[in-house]
Design a binder for this molecule. Structure first.
Ligand code: RTP
Ligand code: MG
Length: 147
C-alpha cells in the first residue's frame, strides 16, 4: 500500500469543486485516510514547494497557495501516487488529457486546482508537512478486497 498527499488548491475551494474532485478519487477506489480544510502558512508553503525555490513562478506559487483555504487530503492504495497523478492530469491544462481534473476544469497553469505528490518519497515528506500521524485514520473497507 502507498500513501499520497493531495491538496485542492484555493481556486478549487473557491469554485466549489471539493465534492467533484473528492468523488473522482473515491470512485477510482482509493481510500481516504485523512482530510481537513485549512489555511496554509507561508512557512508550510515554503517547505512544501522547496524544490521550486529560485524559479520564476516561485513567489507567485507561494502567494497563491496561501491566498485562501485548501482542502488537504491523504489517500491510500496500491500505486496511489501514480494513479492520483493520472487522474489529475498534466500541469498545463492544455496538455492534460481529456477526462482528467485539470483538463475538465482548469484553464491556466497557475490555477490548476489540485496538487498531487509526484513520488513516494515526496508523498511521505508532504504528508509530514500537513498532517500529524494522529490525524490519519486506519480502517478496513470491505470493497478493498476487489481493488
Ligand atoms: P503540483 O505540484 O501543484 O501538483 O503540480 P505539478 O507537479 O503538476 O507541477 P510542478 O512542476 O510541481 O509545479 C508546481 C506548480 O507550479 C506552477 N507552475 N507554473 N509557469 C510555469 O511554468 C509553471 N510551472 C509550474 C503550477 O501551478 C504547478 O502546479
Ligand atoms: Mg509538483
Amino acid at each position: 500500500m502507498e500513501r499520497t498527499y493531495l491538496m485542492i488548491k484555493p481556486d478549487g475551494v473557491q469554485r466549489g469543486l471539493i465534492g467533484e474532485i473528492v468523488s473522482r478519487f473515491e470512485r477510482k477506489g482509493l481510500k481516504l485516510i485523512g482530510a481537513k480544510l485549512m489555511n496554509v502558512s507561508m512557512e508550510r508553503a515554503e517547505r512544501h514547494y522547496a524544490e521550486h525555490k529560485g524559479k520564476d513562478f516561485y513567489e507567485m506559487l507561494l502567494n497563491f497557495i496561501t491566498a485562501g483555504p485548501v482542502f488537504a487530503m491523504v489517500w491510500e492504495g496500491d500505486q496511489a501516487v501514480g494513479l492520483s497523478r493520472a487522474l489529475i492530469g498534466k500541469t498545463n491544462a492544455l496538455e492534460a488529457a481529456p477526462g482528467t481534473i485539470r483538463s475538465d476544469f482548469a484553464i491556466h497553469t497557475n490555477y490548476n486546482l489540485i496538487h498531487g505528490s509526484d513520488s513516494h518519497d515526496n508523498a511521505e515528506r508532504e504528508i509530514g508537512i500537513f498532517f500529524s500521524e494522529e490525524e490519519l485514520v486506519s480502517y478496513d473497507k470491505a470493497i478493498q478486497v476487489w481493488i
